[in-house]
Design a binder for this molecule. Structure first.
Ligand SMILES: [Zn+2]
Ligand SMILES: [Zn+2]
Length: 115
C-alpha cells in the first residue's frame, strides 16, 4: 500500500513541530548558558527566564522560582489550544500557512521560556 503522497516542498511536517514541543515538555535537558554542563531545571518568575540550580542561588536567590517543566507544560497547553483553534478556523487547505503559524507559536514558546 502506498504511503500518503506529499509534495517535497511541504518541508517540516506538522507532527515534527509538536514533537519538539513535546520533547521540551517531556524534560529534554537544556544546558545553562552561564554554568556549562548544568541542566536548566528552574524558571525565575521575576526575570521570566529559565535557569539551573546554581543560578537560583546567585542573583535570583531572592526571586520566586518554579520548576521549568511546569512552565513548559503551561505553554504547551496554550500552544495546542491555539493550534486547534486555528485548524478549525482556517488554513484547512493551506498546509504551509498552518506550518508558518505553528512555527511562530513554537518560536514564541521558546522565546518566552529561554530568554
Ligand atoms: Zn546556571
Ligand atoms: Zn530572577
Amino acid at each position: 500500500m502506498d504511503v500518503l503522497q506529499r509534495s517535497p516542498d511541504n518541508g517540516i511536517e506538522e507532527s515534527s513541530i509538536l514533537e519538539t514541543v513535546n520533547a521540551v515538555a517531556a524534560g529534554k535537558p537544556l544546558s545553562c548558558p552561564n554554568h556549562d554542563g548544568n541542566v536548566m531545571e528552574f524558571y525565575c518568575q521575576s526575570c521570566e527566564t529559565a535557569m539551573c540550580q546554581d543560578c537560583t542561588g546567585g542573583e535570583h536567590a531572592e526571586h520566586p522560582t518554579v520548576p521549568l517543566k511546569d512552565v513548559v507544560e503551561q505553554h504547551k497547553a496554550a500552544l495546542q489550544a491555539q493550534l486547534d483553534a486555528v485548524k478549525k478556523r482556517y488554513c484547512k487547505e493551506s498546509f504551509s500557512c498552518l506550518l508558518m503559524y505553528q512555527h511562530s507559536l513554537v518560536n514564541e514558546l521558546w522565546a518566552s521560556v529561554l530568554k
